[in-house]
Design a protein around this ligand. Structure first.
Ligand SMILES: [Zn+2]
Length: 275
């Protein structure tokens, strides 16, 4: 039986009309494609990377935007779930996904190529849910900054092609494995039509040492309007459903937020304009 039953009324509440603005270090900008923020790691890479500069030149110098959050003035957040290659079977948190579907929670999943190859049925289930969004997470989930340009290209394009061929939809969102990237990564992502999606709230669910209570406290204290929260849906997460459930049923309603996909959270939001 599929996780998502299209015969059930899956209507969603009215949502904001989007505007093409994003936050850049706290300032509004009219350019939708600008990055929300530039993490320190990239700043160091850009400052120090002669090799990165050479690769960038061969890629035309255009860098993909890095998305870490949406506009802070818009009361919406995005839950994201990485599908890294799983260390053990089944490699998919079906209970988590089932709960998200039952509660009509918009979510964004980032699938690695290795996960895609081993999980055709779960992938089809995810692709069938209209309020889910799919991006990629590297073909083999490698540490991109340790690779040359062609190996990085294979990492990005391998997962993109795998997802596109199996779902019929070409993804445009890419989350670097381990959150690691350099200038070459950004140049390749741009050339492949990808936005690089990071996060501003870490659930910590890969760690077996964190309690659900600690994880909840972290998410509750760090989340703010526009936040992108990172979890995992590959079965390696600990307390993932427990914490995500509290976010959905407690945090979001209490603060009057709306749950949306990554594309929606970074798109901006304002009340519908009068005709
Ligand atoms: Zn990963």
């Amino acid at each position: 039986m599929p996780l998502f039953d299209a015969s059930i009324n899956q209507s969603r509440p009215d949502r904001c009309v989007t505007v093409r603005t994003l936050h850049v270090r706290g300032k509004r900008t009219p350019a939708r494609w600008l990055a929300c923020a530039v993490p320190l790691a990239l700043a160091f890479a850009l400052a120090a990377g002669a090799a990165g500069a050479a690769s960038s030149a061969s890629l035309g110098g255009q860098l993909a935007p890095i998305l870490t959050a949406g506009p802070r003035e818009c009361p919406r957040i995005a839950l994201t779930f990485d599908l890294c290659p799983a260390s053990h079977e089944p490699g998919f948190d079906a209970a988590l996904v089932r709960w998200l579907i039952e509660h009509r929670v918009p979510a964004t999943f980032f699938a690695s190529g290795r996960w895609i190859a081993r999980h055709p049925e779960p992938l089809a289930e995810l692709a069938a849910v209209p309020f889910f969004e799919l991006g990629t997470h590297g073909a083999r989930h490698l540490h991109l900054p340790t690779l040359g340009e062609e190996a990085q290209r294979a990492e990005l394009s391998g997962a993109i092609e795998a997802l596109a061929s199996r779902t019929g939809r070409r993804p445009t969102l890419f989350r670097p494995p381990y959150g690691e990237y350099d200038r070459t990564t950004l140049g390749l992502a741009e050339s492949l039509g990808q936005r690089v999606v990071m996060w501003d709230v870490v659930s910590g669910d890969p760690s077996p040492d964190l309690s659900a209570r600690h994880m909840w406290a972290t998410v509750e204290s760090q989340a703010e309007p526009g936040s992108i929260v990172i979890f995992h849906a590959n079965g390696n997460g600990h307390h993932t459903l427990e914490v995500a459930e509290r976010v959905v049923t407690e945090l979001v309603p209490r603060r009057g937020w709306e749950l949306v996909t990554v594309s929606e959270v970074v798109a901006g939001c304002e009340p519908a304009a009068a005709p």
